[in-house]
Design a protein around this ligand. Structure first.
Ligand SMILES: *Cc1c(COP(=O)(O)O)cnc(C)c1O
Length: 469
């Protein structure tokens, strides 16, 4: 399997190079040259096979010769062994024709564990074989940081630096990061916003001598391996509900569009997906796009579903690549105009093609609280604010004629957002037993100013002592 850049000006690469590179050198995102096909037999098997087995089967064509089949099977088995539900991603029925796909049974209680647990192991496998070490830097507004930390802790081939905005993540989210004190994990609290953290990471990557010396790598959802790993649960959910004979629709709480794009990829591989509902909070740039065909960037506004507080969804570029008939130069032009003018019009025909599959939905904070409460009243169970936005989206889509079954992706455990859930229902969700000691454990964190040199010197100070990369 070879991978192309969405901007068409970088050489095609194999899986191993795409895994380690993250972003393509022309600024584009990698995606597969052709889509592997899921056979009817694959789907029937997925209805009853253990999750890790389906994962290895779905991922094999993406990975190609980079990882031997027996190694891939072992890495998948190890990745999901620590989940606190034997089904890994169980389906729970909410209502007639409406299901919740619980993706929060991993070590950090958010769906990012499903891809990150595998990504950490793939990195380690490939780097050990090469005898190399990499430095991973990640900016987080909450969930990505802890998922990356749990996936990389204790791995000698990886040093991980996570930047979060000082005082702007929830206490549970912060402690999930700062109470991990393995030598290869460092938390940096930046005196600034999440955007400042992201700019600092970009600044580190733009410093080419530093980037090469440290062998910097990125673990956010621009990394193809994360998208590939997310295809798996769409397959297991659809298979459990009757694919290939019966089609399924999904409602996805969306920020960077990585999860929603993985659903699109599953469909491209032959999964019978009828409709994909992209659920947004007040940061509704995607909902506006699917309603009008125009994308217009505004300011990011904080909401009760902070992991979706994003204006420019990086993975949307992967969808544009297909809408522009895989013409990399045209995608590069579209991205340049979006950056220059803050808006992008894709044209009537492309917009219609996108809306054959996707529809958008937007829910504000009062609506989110209402959706958490309604769900609790109806089922007695608690859902987190991100999942709640998608439950409301799914119900609206079913009302306007979308085919059942409709599956809502539950992307976080309610205990990750206890204040919001308590405000909506009067009930405070409890952390699972294995995290119960979280609020008492000692923390380690380095506070740094919003200053590129300070962050670079901090990393160099630690890595330099070990001879860098
Ligand atoms: C990251 C995250 C999202 C957004 O997922 P994308 O793939 O970036 O669209 C939604 N919900 C939760 C809880 C998350 O952590």
């Amino acid at each position: 399997m070879r991978y192309l850049s969405t901007r068409g000006a970088a050489p095609a690469l194999g899986f191993e190079d795409v895994l380690l590179a993250g972003l393509a050198p022309d600024g584009g995102l990698y995606l597969p040259e052709t889509w592997p096909r899921l056979s009817a037999t694959d789907l029937k098997r997925a209805a009853s096979a253990p999750y890790a087995e389906t994962a290895a089967r779905v991922l094999a064509p993406f990975v190609g010769a980079a990882v031997a089949p027996a190694d891939l099977a072992r890495l998948c088995a190890e990745s999901y062994a620590g989940f606190d539900h034997p089904a890994v991603a169980p389906l729970v029925q909410l209502d007639h024709g409406l299901w919740l796909l619980e993706l929060f049974h991993g070590p950090t209680l958010a769906f990012k564990d499903l891809a990150m647990q595998l990504l950490g192991r793939l990195y380690d496998h490939v780097l050990r074989r090469r005898g190399q070490r990499i430095v991973v830097v990640a900016a987080t507004s909450g969930d990505t940081g802890s998922a990356a930390i749990e996936a990389c802790r204790g791995r000698e081939s990886i040093a991980l630096y996570v930047l979060h905005p000082l005082g702007r993540v929830s206490e549970v989210q912060r402690r999930q990061m700062t109470t991990v004190t393995d030598a290869n994990i460092r938390n940096i609290a930046v005196e600034g916003s999440f955007d400042d953290c992201q700019d600092l990471v970009k600044g580190l990557f733009a410093d080419l001598p530093f980037r090469q010396e440290m062998r910097l790598s990125a673990v956010n959802s621009i990394n193809w391996a994360r998208i590939a790993a997310q295809v798996v649960y769409y397959v297991t959910a659809a298979a459990a509900l009757g694919a290939p004979e019966r089609a399924v629709s999904f409602a996805v709480p969306t920020g960077n569009f990585g999860n929603a794009y993985a659903a699109y990829a599953a469909r491209a591989m032959g999964l019978p997906v009828e409709r994909l509902v992209v659920a947004s909070n007040r940061n509704d740039i995607l909902a506006c796009f699917f309603a009008s065909g125009e994308m217009a960037i505004g300011a990011v506004e904080p909401s009760l579903s902070p992991s979706m507080d994003i204006q420019v969804s990086s993975n949307f570029e992967r969808l544009l690549f297909d809408l522009y008939d895989r013409d990399g130069a045209a995608v590069a032009g579209a991205m340049a105009s979006l950056r220059r003018d803050g808006r992008l019009l894709v044209g009537e025909g492309r917009w219609r093609r996108a809306t054959e599959i996707f529809s958008g939905f937007r829910l504000d904070d009062p609506g989110t609280l209402m959706a958490i409460k309604q769900s609790h009243d109806a089922t007695g169970s608690l859902i987190d604010p991100h999942s709640a936005v998608a439950v409301a989206a799914a119900k609206a889509a079913l009302k306007s004629g979308a085919a059942a079954p409709m599956v809502v992706l539950a992307t976080a455990h309610p205990a990750k957002f206890p204040d919001t859930v308590e405000r909506a229902t009067g009930r405070r969700p409890e952390l699972p037993a294995y995290l119960a000691g979280l609020m008492q454990r000692p923390e380690r964190v380095q506070v740094l100013p919003n200053d590129l040199a300070a962050v670079r010197d901090f990393i160099a100070g630690i890595e330099g002592g070990r001879g860098g990369a």
